[in-house]
Design a protein around this ligand. Structure first.
Ligand code: FES
Length: 475
């Protein structure tokens, strides 16, 4: 299903606190259900596997390249060789850190949670992004991708400016304004936009993070002043600006010129085939449609996911040059006609029918005894199955040979069915923002989840799963 809302406003208000926010809600574009391709559950399970080994290798290579470029820059100080050396160092610092920030923020880079958090926080500092603020901003971006008035990460607002787009590569406007926003958050508190998507309980933390980041940056400024040299700032702080060109180069390909206010990532997001070097620097985010539809699939599995679902997507853009041709052509047209839309060729597919067990409501209510949820082998180990009883919905998790768990089906953070998520290391991961619950108890394990799921008694006897839908906590 594809829902399209015509763009009948020439100039739109992209603020999250303006009239477009209300408009998006009225049109059913906020927290909506999006197009989802069909993927065999067993295939999806294998694609969702996380790997510490792969993420460690890629992170080590990135850090080694960063240190190597830093040493070249240091040795070439005072000569013209310093220009390309710092350009390279900056690209790895202010550009490639963005992809690490992104993947670790989703919690999909490493299998081990704390490793994701370390990389995420370091990359946040490198990019002048408050960790809590940007985590919530990115949750919203995934919930309401390119929905005007809802998505805080719409970079190319209509009508776009082509010279402004070119200027974005310098980051001379974006970089200082991000730093000044940190300063404002550190001193006078969070702005209204931030408060729109950061829940109350996390706002204090966001302010303290801004203070720490501003403090660290000021310490480098003091170091530079004390040593009467700009060199410390060339290594820490300024690369966030002068190295951002690589982040802009990749980031522009994601959504620039694509549609607004559609509930189908195939229409507002681009997949671009890129060479192996670009894919390493960008951590496969060139498969951006696939990432948006299935954020629980880690970066290293995106090429396989692409192969799996490509027949259900628009044809990918064959290379970066072709992507830029399309972007600038669209932005040029939209600069004079903001209602112009790219003509995209997406196949008509019905979308995945949930793999579910229907339990007749009357049947269950009348009997008052155990209800069969079928044979235990009908759900693969590590698999999930949706269970519907009238208007109540649950998720059945098969944790082991004879171990199953039954939990409420809808994520407590949003109205997303958890049967479309993943079962990883005894935790149930939401398909929308990668929040996690303990699969045995329903307790929250990873942000943005705060509220537990109801967990129900369920047993396996003679190879069959049965339940009376009694809560484990007796409530
Ligand atoms: S909907 Fe956000 S983590 Fe589930």
């Amino acid at each position: 299903m594809t829902a399209t809302i015509s763009n009948d406003l020439v100039k739109r208000d992209y603020r999250l606190t303006g009239p477009e926010a209300q408009r998006a809600r009225e049109r059913g574009l906020a927290d909506a259900r999006w197009f989802q391709p069909v993927v065999e559950p067993s295939v999806m399970r294998s694609l969702q596997e996380r790997s510490d080994a792969r993420a460690s290798l890629d992170t080590t290579l990135w850090i080694a390249a960063l240190i190597g470029a830093g040493l070249l820059a240091w040795w070439s100080l005072g000569s013209w060789w310093a220009v390309p050396a710092f350009a390279l160092y900056g690209a790895l610092y202010g550009g490639s850190a963005d992809a690490r920030w992104h993947e670790a923020g989703h919690g999909t880079a490493f299998r081990t949670g704390w490793a994701n958090e370390v990389v995420y926080h370091v990359a946040c500092f490198m990019l002048w992004r408050g960790p809590t603020l940007w985590r919530w901003s990115h949750y919203r971006h995934h919930t309401d991708t390119i929905i005007v008035g809802r998505d805080a990460e719409i970079v190319f607002q209509r009508p776009p400016s082509v010279p402004g787009t070119v200027f974005a590569f310098t980051h001379l406007r974006g970089g200082p304004s991000m730093f000044m926003r940190l300063v404002r958050h550190a001193t006078v508190g969070l702005d209204a936009e931030a408060c729109d998507f950061i829940p109350e309980h996390d706002r204090r933390r966001a302010v303290w993070e801004a203070r720490v980041f501003v403090g660290l940056t000021l310490a480098v400024v003091v170091w530079a002043i004390a040593s009467t040299s700009i060199v410390p700032l060339l290594f820490i702080g300024l690369p966030t600006i002068y190295g951002a060109w690589l982040m802009v180069f990749f980031g522009l390909t994601q959504h620039a010129g694509m549609r607004e206010d559609v509930l189908d990532h195939r229409l507002n997001t681009r997949t671009v085939m890129m060479n192996p070097l670009f894919r390493f620097l960008y951590l496969n985010m060139n498969y951006h449609v696939e990432h948006h539809i299935f954020p629980s699939v880690p970066y290293h599995a995106l090429p396989k996911l692409h192969t799996e679902i490509r027949d259900q997507l628009a044809p990918p853009i064959p290379n970066t040059v072709a992507a830029y041709r399309q972007i600038f052509s669209a932005l040029r047209r939209q600069s004079t006609d903001p209602t112009y839309e790219l003509d995209l060729d997406i196949p008509d597919v019905p979308g995945a029918e949930p793999d579910r067990i229907e339990v007749g409501e009357g049947n269950w209510a009348r009997g008052g005894g155990p209800v069969s949820l079928g044979s235990v082998t009908s759900v693969a180990i590590g698999g999930l199955r949706r269970v519907d009883v009238g208007d109540r919905t649950y998720v059945l998790c098969r944790l082991g040979e004879d171990e199953v768990a039954l939990l409420d089906g809808l994520c407590t953070h949003g109205q997303v069915h958890l049967a479309d998520g993943a079962l990883l290391d005894g935790q149930l991961e939401c398909p929308k923002h990668n929040g996690r619950f303990d699969a045995r108890t329903g307790a929250p394990c990873r942000k943005p989840i705060r509220e537990a799921l109801g967990a129900y008694e369920v047993e396996v006897r003679d190879g069959r799963i049965t339940t009376e839908f009694n809560r484990l906590d007796g409530s």
